[in-house]
Design a protein around this ligand. Structure first.
Ligand code: AMP
Length: 560
């Protein structure tokens, strides 16, 4: 076989990540841990196969670009503003406390100031992936606590973007190499100037040009071209901004995502056309794992333990007290503290930068990685612990229940109702019609923005993935009459149907399909009726032809 390093690295990365990710899922731990361990296996510190390091790091860079593009795409000022009173001061103070704790630890280990700063900052930011998943699993996204945690995370994201921008400029003075005779101010001003120029170009030009291009491409009707356009925008802006303005790939990608965020249409489209993002984000975690030397767990157990304690207790205790100080109830403070007691992707990006700028010793990266893996593993246990604690408190003081109650998502009071899963192209039409007829309706929708908008329109909405039985129960499955599954993904629809069927033998389940095989699968999963979109379209078209009155041919003039 000829030499194919890129192919080998990709294949090994995907296969290992898949196997260990699936294993982690099975063991009910975060798949992130699986991906990181896949990296450790493919890395140079464990026996057996060793992937190409340089190539993996470059693939990881692509992962970072797509990840940051995703952060930009989901960046919602509205989410932040709705809880700004607590989220902004809370996050700022918590980042400060965690950074100081990390710096203190670094000082003990004799690292220079710059290294301590990077290390502290890396410990101070939580992983979006882990946080959202934890909130989703516990149906907390839709509560006040969940909203505060998400707003808090947005502030952390912003602080990290700022750090990624400023760190390279400050590296000279932080490492004390004395290269920057112009002082600290000049490089910062220069960087901020470049960033400002980049932002101005994006706002003045990009904001108009990008949606315009996307609209034109959408009009061609080629999905392939559309996906390509989104990728070209993400990578093109990230790379172009790095070359032209000297800003990092990450910042460029973040802005590219934000620009698409401007219009609902391009946001949705970009979101749907980027399964590639997930794939490369996974490879990013694999490549981070490759750098990890597990020997640190044996050689330096104390620093590992201290790092772990800063992440899991230092950060969360600080967050707990801040939230309490702002007068929020105990359960809110506990949930937010538990949500933030972990670190992930941003920390990896940051330590990667720190090591490459020669600020952070490699040991720092290993500590952050060990701390991340351990804290992500422990995170679900923290949630279980606070749930127990809350239950016990409530038993002791039942009157306190009121403050918990207020924080629950709006209750569903409908009965004998239709539950509609998915309010998209199909769901929207169904919902309009049922509302018109006055049929009681509860919508389950997993996109938060969309759910909020529907609620504003007066609909009863449960936010979450309907494949989760808890979510179905929130929609008052017990007394529903119909379940209308109007989502395009057949596997997921089957999962929803079988969950609902096992809970309710007498429910009328109607599902949507696109293929014959899907129809069969959905029927086996418990649907009473499956409507296949394509069949209905064909029928509509044929019917139209059949209904057209027969046209009488004009008599042809007789030819001579
Ligand atoms: P469309 O593809 O236009 O038919 O839209 C489908 C809608 O269903 C989108 O708004 C999705 O957010 C939503 N959706 C997809 N899967 C689920 C799910 N498992 N639970 C709840 N909503 C979903």
């Amino acid at each position: 076989m000829h030499h194919t390093p890129l192919l080998t690295t990709l294949a090994a990365g995907f296969v290992l990540a898949f196997v260990l990710g699936a294993l982690a899922q099975r063991l009910r731990i975060s798949p992130l841990v699986g991906y990181l361990l896949a990296g450790v296996l493919a890395g140079p510190f464990t026996p057996g196969y060793v992937a190409d390091q340089a190539l993996s790091q470059e693939i990881a860079e692509l992962g970072v670009i797509l990840l940051m593009f995703g952060v930009g795409l989901h960046f919602s000022l509205k989410d932040l503003l709705s809880v700004k009173a607590i989220a902004i001061p809370g996050a700022v103070v918590q980042i400060g406390v965690a950074t100081l704790l990390g710096m203190g630890l670094a000082w003990f280990m004799g690292w220079p100031f710059g290294g301590g700063l990077v290390f502290g900052l890396a410990l101070s930011v939580a992983s979006t992936v882990v946080l959202l998943r934890a909130l989703e699993q516990r149906q907390l996204i839709d509560t006040q606590r969940g909203r505060i945690a998400i707003g808090w995370l947005i502030v952390e994201d912003l602080a990290m973007v700022l750090t990624l921008v400023l760190l390279p400029a400050l590296a000279g003075s932080l490492s004390g190499s004395g290269e920057t005779s112009g002082g600290v101010l000049l490089p910062i001003l220069l960087t901020l100037g470049k960033v400002a120029a980049f932002v101005a170009v994006m706002i003045l030009g990009g904001r108009r040009l990008v949606p315009w291009v996307l609209e034109r491409i959408a009009a061609t009707g080629s999905r392939e071209l559309f996906t390509l356009a989104v990728l070209a925008i993400a990578l093109g802006i990230a790379y172009g901004s790095a070359v032209l303005f000297g800003v990092s790939f990450a910042l460029g990608a973040f802005f590219a995502g934000m620009i698409l965020n401007e219009s609902e249409l391009s946001h949705e489209a970009a979101e749907n056309s980027l399964p590639l993002r997930d794939a490369f984000a996974v490879l990013f975690f694999v490549s981070v794992g490759m750098l990890f030397n597990p020997a640190i767990l044996i050689h330096e157990p104390l620093p590992v333990l201290a790092t772990f304690l800063v992440i899991v207790f230092g950060k969360s205790i600080a967050a707990y007290f801040i939230v309490r100080m702002f007068g929020h109830p105990n359960n809110t403070a506990l949930t937010i503290a538990a949500s933030l007691a972990q670190i992930g992707e941003f920390s990896f990006i940051l330590v990667g930068l720190g090591v490459s700028l020669h600020l952070l010793p490699e040991q720092g990266r290993d500590l952050v990685l060990a701390g991340a893996i351990l804290s992500i593993l422990v995170n679900p246990l923290l949630f279980i612990a606070i749930e127990r604690l809350q239950a016990r408190r409530e038993e002791a003081q039942p009157t306190q229940g009121a403050s918990v109650e207020e924080d629950l998502p709006p209750p569903v009071r409908e009965h004998d109702h239709a539950i509609l899963v998915g309010h998209g192209r199909v769901g929207e039409l169904i919902s309009a019609r049922l509302q018109g007829e006055g049929t009681p309706l509860v919508v389950i929708e997993d996109k938060r923005e969309k759910a909020a908008e529907l609620r504003e329109r007066g609909l009863s909405v449960v936010v979450g993935n309907a494949a989760n039985l808890d979510v179905l129960n929130q929609a008052n499955l017990a007394s529903a009459r119909w379940l209308l599954i109007a989502i395009p993904n057949g596997f997921e629809a089957g999962q929803i149907a079988s969950q609902a069927r096992s809970a309710r033998a007498d429910l009328e389940i109607i599902a949507r399909a696109h293929f014959d095989a899907e129809v069969e699968y959905l029927e086996q999963s418990g649907a009473n009726l499956v409507i296949m979109g394509e069949r209905e379209i064909a029928q509509g078209m044929a019917q139209r032809v059949e209904e057209t009155p027969v046209r009488h041919e004009p008599e042809m003039p007789q030819s001579a």
